[in-house]
Each structure stands twice: as C-alpha cells, then as structure tokens.
Design a binder for this molecule. Structure first.
Ligand code: IMP
Ligand code: MG
Length: 173
C-alpha cells in the first residue's frame, strides 16, 4: 500500500481546488487519457462540482493511448487507439493523466492537443514519477509524487489487473 483511498481522494480534491482557482467558473473540457485516467477523470469532474469556484460547465471527453504493452517498462512508442471526437478549438482543455514516468506519453499528447488550438491547455496528473524523465514536459497540476517503482490501482494496471483497487499500491511489495 502506497496511498490509501482517503489519501487518493484528498489528492483529487486538491487538484480540483487548484483547477477551480485557475479557471474561475469558466467552462472546462476534461480530456481523460484512458484507460489509466478513467477513475481520476470521473472523480475530478465530480470534485469540481463541489469545490468553491468550481467550473460552471464541465464536459468530459477521452482518448485511448497505449504505450506499455505487456511490460512494466515503457516501449517508448505511443499509439493512439481512440481519438477525441470533439473540436478542441477555443476550449479550456485540461488533459487528465494517471501517471507521468518518462514523460513521453504526455509530451506526445500535449503537442497533439496544441495543434488543435484550444484557448487554454493545461495538464493534470494524479501521480508524478520523476526519476526516469526523458523529456522536460510541463505538468500544471500534480496530485502526488511516487517512488521509482511500478504502481497499480485507481485506474493503473499491470497487464489489465488491479485497476479497480480504490487505493494505490506498489507491485510486488
Ligand atoms: P511515460 O510515457 O513513460 O511517461 O508513461 C506514461 C504512461 O505509462 C502512463 O500513462 C501509464 O499508463 C503508464 N505507466 C507509467 N508508470 C506506470 C506505473 O507505475 N504503473 C502503471 N502504469 C504506468
Ligand atoms: Mg496513462
């Protein structure tokens, strides 16, 4: 066990408070990166409704990426399995990711979304694993920092297992 369910929920709430402070009731499009960010995207959308100054209008869209295949080490190659179907032009877009490790996935995504001309583009990440970074990708909102181990739960999987855990655990510990 690395973070209990209560710690995870508290982190999501802090992220919602920071986002609400920046966007001050403006409409927001949360762009979740599935499948890992499934849980954090939904809980963040909910938390934004209850924090002070939460967004007036929240829409959710998602893209599906794959970068890890069957391993616990990144393949270094990002594949798009399902793209967002909505126009992002002129919107306030917050990319929601589960975890940033090497930073390749978020880097790829930020460039892709920038090309679609949102009004504002921010990145929100539940977990930061900064030890093996290979890009200097910018993260606007960070939930919690994790050690350099493979973590599962709350959307994060190992070969599709453990996503459903309400807490975050280290694999093999
Ligand atoms: P990056 O491109 O190395 O930053 O990899 C980011 C992606 O790899 C994340 O979106 C996750 O889906 C996955 N990932 C990285 N570290 C972990 C981990 O510890 N557990 C589960 N998935 C991870
Ligand atoms: Mg992910």
């Amino acid at each position: 066990m690395l973070f209990t369910e209560q710690e995870v929920q508290a982190a999501v709430r802090r992220l919602a408070e920071e986002i609400a402070r920046d966007f001050r009731g403006q409409p927001l499009l949360l762009l979740g990166v599935l499948k890992g960010a499934l849980y954090v995207t939904v809980d963040l959308a909910r938390a934004l409704c209850s924090v002070a100054g939460g967004a007036s209008e929240i829409t959710i869209d998602y893209i599906v990426l794959a970068s890890y295949g069957q391993n616990t080490a990144s393949s270094g190659e990002v594949r798009m399995l399902r793209d967002s179907k909505r126009s992002l032009e002129g919107k306030n877009v917050v990319i929601v990711e589960d975890i940033v490790d090497h930073g390749l996935t978020l880097d790829y995504l930020q460039a892709l979304i920038r090309g679609r001309h949102p009004r504002v583009q921010k990145s929100c990440v539940l977990l930061d694993k900064p030890h093996r970074r290979r890009t200097n990708v910018r993260i606007d909102y960070v939930g919690m920092t994790v050690p350099n181990t493979f973590v599962v739960g709350y959307g994060l999987d190992h070969q599709e297992r453990y996503r459903n855990l309400p807490y975050i655990a280290q694999l093999g510990h």
